[in-house]
Design a protein. Structure first.
Length: 173
């Protein structure tokens, strides 16, 4: 397989494949645009060529979404000043024997945990507003009940005390 690569990114596909793409060697030579695959079931390495590869890159980032590996940014050469790329590339990894860099990405939005349209978001926001209003009204009602009980017990206690007779100045004479 050759020497260990520096700054290669490794992506774990859904079926147990580890896909290594890009990077550079220890002497700062950029590797090819080949994909190196480790099958984690039988621990065998293989090389794969992809159809329509992008320019070779290193110091890039990537993420796997479904069967699509999205590769973004990075560098394409060692020239100074350090050039960076703002390009994004997408590799379809679904077919093990036919990897293909694609120009479109249409994810299945049904798996997303978030509302997929603005109406769902507005409904969620409205529900939160109703909850807030309900909590405020409940707090006010409980406060009024509490104040009513305090007034009731205060008056009951005050009325249950016997009246104290205070001698007037005429009775004292």
């Amino acid at each position: 397989m050759g020497s260990i690569l520096n700054c290669s990114l490794i992506y774990i596909a859904q079926d147990g494949r580890i896909i290594v793409y890009g990077g550079y060697t220890g002497d700062f030579r950029i590797v090819s645009d080949d994909l190196v695959i480790l099958d984690t079931y039988d621990y065998t390495w293989s090389n794969a060529k992809a159809i329509d590869p992008p320019p070779v890159r290193f110091f890039h980032t990537a993420t796997l979404v479904g069967y699509y590996m999205i590769v973004a940014f990075g560098r394409t050469n060692n020239d100074l000043p350090l050039p960076t790329s703002n390009e994004v590339f997408i590799l379809n990894t679904y077919d093990k024997s036919n990897y293909k860099w694609v120009n479109e990405f249409n994810p299945d939005l049904s798996d997303l945990p978030y509302p997929s349209d603005q109406n769902s978001y507005k409904n969620l926001k409205t529900q939160n507003s109703h909850l807030t209003i309900g909590i405020i009204i409940l707090s006010i009602v409980l406060a009024l009940i509490g104040v009513s009980f305090l007034i009731y017990f205060y008056r009951k206690r005050r009325l249950s005390r016997p009246d104290m007779l205070v001698p007037s100045s005429q009775e004292a004479n």
